[in-house]
Design a protein around this ligand. Structure first.
Ligand code: GRG
Length: 294
């Protein structure tokens, strides 16, 4: 099988894994379960659960404690998008070619759907304790998940991004990207490594590779916002300009941004190469993201 066949097969499996953890639609509050399902099944690339399971696989691990974390990280990612689309943040009506959650269910339910996904992510991840003999690895994975999603990770990055710029432009931008985008990619790969019982130095290297990948991923996202194809991306272009956001492209130009995406990706691949294990699929995945179209 070539890379894209392997990729499609793995993503199809991930779809089943993730939807299998969704709560049943029941009770007077069933609209919230419906909205959680709507947002979680709206057509994401599933990059974070894929990074998680493939990092574990690189270390030769495929235990049952992985699946709850795969679902949990995608729920956290989805909550961040649901909240990011709200009128008080980016105020977007379309994502992935579909109406955003608040556009379908109302702003009140949009807020609550994000909250529900975040909380349910931890309820889901906790199921890993019932699927492992290696409790300390699951504790470590929970710590990574909580920290990287929070004020020292994704939420922290979003806070800096929402505030008027202070200090050096490039440093500030990179810090936003490292936290807002990179932190969840780092969490995904580090959790995979931790569950696979990788040594501390390998977990650290995996984190460094993911950090570099995260920066590349966000700069590519900036590029897609100015030169992507609206029908492929599934939302209007130029949203950064509309929201007066500084981006790598607006600061340094599209050419410099493309070069940066390649350099950061090669750096990430190089770090993976320093780790013993079969990293071929992950390396191909990293490189494939340079030319992603959505
Ligand atoms: C609201 C707490 C809170 C955080 C918001 C993650 C984020 C911070 C905002 C979402 C918008 C954005 C540009 C995030 C940067 C990360 C990013 C590029 C997300 C899109 O990830 P993909 O491309 O999404 O993996 P799909 O649609 O494939 O799931």
């Amino acid at each position: 099988m070539n890379f894209s066949e392997q990729f499609n097969e793995k993503v199809n499996e991930i779809e089943k894994t993730i939807t299998g953890f969704l709560p049943g639609e029941e009770g007077f509050q069933s609209v919230i379960m419906e909205a959680m399902k709507y947002s979680l099944t709206a057509g994401g690339k599933r990059l974070r659960p894929l990074l998680l399971s493939e990092t574990a696989a690189m270390f030769g691990y495929a235990g049952e404690d992985i699946a709850p974390f795969m679902a949990a990280i995608e729920m956290i990612h989805t909550y961040s998008l649901v909240h990011d689309d709200l009128p008080c943040m980016d105020n977007d009506l379309y994502r992935r070619g579909k109406k955003t959650t608040h556009a379908v269910y109302g702003e009140d339910m949009g807020v609550l759907t994000g909250d529900a996904l975040l909380n349910y992510a931890f309820e889901t991840a906790l199921q890993a304790f019932h699927r492992t003999d290696h409790v300390s690895a699951v504790v470590k994975a929970m710590e990574i998940l909580a920290k990287k999603a929070g004020i020292f990770g994704m939420i922290g990055g979003q806070v800096i991004d929402m505030r008027p710029a202070e200090g050096a432009k490039e440093d500030r931008l990179m810090e936003i990207y490292r936290l807002k985008t990179g932190a969840l990619l780092e969490a995904s790969m580090m959790i995979g490594a931790v569950l696979a019982n990788a040594c501390d130095s390998d977990v650290e290297k995996v984190g460094m590779a993911a950090e570099s990948l995260g920066l590349a991923f966000q700069i590519k996202d900036d590029l897609l916002d100015v030169e992507g194809v609206e029908e492929e991306i599934g939302k209007p272009l130029h949203s950064d300009e509309k929201n007066e956001k500084l981006t790598y492209v607006s600061c340094f130009g599209a050419g410099a941004a493309r070069k940066k995406v390649e350099d950061l990706t090669q750096n990430a691949v190089g770090i993976l190469g320093q780790i013993e294990g079969d990293s071929r699929f992950l390396e191909q995945l990293f490189v494939s993201l340079i030319d992603r179209r959505k």
